[in-house]
Design a protein around this ligand. Structure first.
Ligand code: SF4
Length: 151
């Protein structure tokens, strides 16, 4: 009986990768960027801040050529995501909508472009201190997160 070849078997990260988020918040700041979200994600975040979706978009988001993205605030760290909270716990950078953050945030650092090569992974490690920490994350988990990253 023929068996299906495992599409992940030949990936450079087939043996898994070490990653453990420290909550430093560095992936939520830095140079200007995008945190895109869809209508369902807008609804979930609007509920957290107690606004209608329309009011939520006006207060926390901006329109880009690709859709809606969260606003950013420029400060000494760079361009912080509008939901990055550096006040509540001194020395920490927390996400105010963590449980309902967009899928783009949930799947970091397992984005296809970061996994495209070991070089890209190592380059991201310079920005994310969680890369290379903790236990190995198995490829089964990595590939699920990679494949649910918004295109
Ligand atoms: S930069 Fe990395 S370690 Fe820091 S909060 Fe983001 S994912 Fe976690």
């Amino acid at each position: 009986m023929a068996t299906m070849a495992d599409p992940n078997a030949n990936k450079w990260y087939a043996k898994g990768l070490r990653f453990e988020c420290t909550g430093c918040g560095d992936c939520c700041t830095g140079p200007p960027g995008y945190v895109h979200f869809n209508d369902d994600e807008a609804q979930a975040m609007a509920k957290v801040v107690g606004l209608t979706v329309d009011k939520f978009r006006k207060a926390y988001a901006r329109k880009t050529e690709f859709g809606w993205s969260l606003r950013e605030h420029k400060n000494a760290h760079g361009f912080d995501c509008v939901f990055l909270d550096r006040i509540t716990e001194p020395g920490k950078a927390l996400c105010k909508v963590y449980e309902h953050r967009p899928v783009q945030c949930q799947t970091f650092p397992w984005w296809p472009e970061i996994l495209s090569s070991e070089k890209a992974w190592k380059a991201t490690a310079r920005e994310c201190e969680g890369i290379g920490r903790g236990d190995f994350v198995p490829i089964e988990h990595i590939s699920i997160e990679r494949d649910r990253t918004p295109k």
